[in-house]
Design a protein around this ligand. Structure first.
Ligand SMILES: NC(=O)c1ccc[n+]([C@@H]2O[C@H](COP(=O)([O-])OP(=O)(O)OC[C@H]3O[C@@H](n4cnc5c(N)ncnc54)[C@H](O)[C@@H]3O)[C@@H](O)[C@H]2O)c1
Length: 355
């Protein structure tokens, strides 16, 4: 398997969850450094990760030659600069969502990645839930049939306290609201199974908290495969749930509703006939689920670094989600249906934010 890969985690709020995930894979990764401009946070994280050093500047991370992967968990508005700095230093990047704030920026990341010879892996950790992986496996095995409709619900709760962190709720800092920051995972799960959308119509509004960005959204999508999908997302639901449902000709598949674990089991897969059931059972004999969540993504990333294959989530995957966001915001703002893909001369190519 080779020596563990030296990794540094930068930004230590959600970054703590990344550190926990690396600790679950000691044969694959070694946390060499933790970094936060908040010295106290960095120090506490280093104590919980024996063998790591606490640093306060990304430049110090970039200067070290015992770090192969820099894992960015900094606020979204900083991602593009930080990715460029890390690639320039000759290291691989793992970066939290949203990767960057426009199609122009994600295309820039793609160019920087290609010229650096290093890899950029955006985070979409919900992909690796065992329930979603089971459905993906059945689709890829060809036993699901064609898709008729899908529905996606993201009903979470964010209160005033959440917005005490200054960048949240602002277009400049968070780059968007419930669509960009929260439903982006559910959107990725939809397109991971179904593929891209072809045309979208969306409405967004701000009703839950007094913030700049949207906290409620509803959208109607026609996917490129001809199927239809709905998406509804809010940060104002007292009961928090996430739910996906896919209605194929040979089976329907519905997730559980655990808000932050809905991609994991239990999912309910209902065959349309005894023949469909037999095909599902055959296909499941070849199902080999891996780790879930961040652990699952990092484990697959280690495989890809060693083999030279693409990372389990690519910049193109992040681009697909950002293109969907761009289309949804344009549709909502202009009250029109928007066709995808969006060309580079589209007015929103350089960003979906209103400023
Ligand atoms: N995948 C998920 O489920 C998930 C969940 C939460 C947050 N996120 C994403 O993770 C990122 C961070 O979110 P958060 O909630 O942890 O933010 P946060 O603001 O709570 O924490 C960010 C940390 O980064 C530090 N920081 C800021 N600038 C820095 C710099 N230049 N160098 C080093 N450290 C710096 C801050 O001091 C802070 O400790 C965002 O992109 C967010 O959307 C993803």
């Amino acid at each position: 398997m080779g020596e563990p890969i030296g990794v540094a985690v930068v930004g230590l709020n959600v970054g703590k969850a990344h550190l926990w995930a690396y600790q679950q894979l000691p044969e694959r990764f070694r946390v060499v450094a933790v970094c936060d401009i908040d010295e106290g946070r960095a120090g506490r994280a280093a104590e919980r990760n024996p063998g790591s050093v606490a640093l306060t500047e990304l430049a110090q991370i970039c200067a070290r030659d015992d770090i192969e992967v820099v894992n960015l968990c900094t606020p979204p508005g900083l991602h593009l600069d930080h990715i460029a700095q890390v690639l320039e230093a000759g290291k691989h990047v793992v970066c939290e969502k949203p990767l960057v704030g426009s199609l122009a920026a994600v295309d820039e990341v793609e160019r920087l990645e290609a010229s650096s010879g290093r890899r950029v892996m955006p985070i979409f950790q919900y992909r690796w839930g065992r329930g979603l992986q089971r459905v993906k496996h059945l689709v890829e095995a060809g036993v699901a049939g064609s898709l008729n409709t899908s529905s996606v619900e993201v009903a979470w709760r964010r209160r005033a306290e959440y917005y005490s962190v200054p960048w949240r709720g602002t277009w400049a800092g968070e780059l968007g609201g419930v669509l960009t920051s929260h439903a982006i995972h559910a959107i990725d799960m939809l397109t991971y199974v179904v593929g891209p959308a072809e045309r979208v119509f969306a409405r967004t509004t701000t009703r839950v908290n007094p913030i700049e960005t949207e906290d409620c959204a509803a959208a109607s999508l026609q996917m490129a495969d001809g199927s239809l999908a709905t998406l509804v997302a809010t940060l104002g639901s007292p009961e928090e749930i996430t739910r996906h449902r896919f209605n194929f000709t040979h089976l329907s598949a519905e997730s559980g509703t655990a808000a932050y674990e809905s991609s994991g089991e239990p999912w309910t897969v209902t065959p349309d006939s005894p023949e469909a059931l037999a095909a599902i059972e055959d296909a499941m004999e070849h199902f080999a689920p891996g780790h879930e969540g961040y652990v699952g993504q990092f484990d697959r990333f280690a495989d890809s670094l060693r083999s030279g294959d693409d990372p389990p989530v690519t910049v193109a995957d992040a681009r697909a989600a950002l293109e969907m966001l761009t289309a949804l915001y344009v549709s909502s703002r202009e009250g029109v249906e928007v066709m995808l893909p969006l060309p580079p001369d589209h007015p929103a190519y350089r960003g979906w934010t209103p400023t």
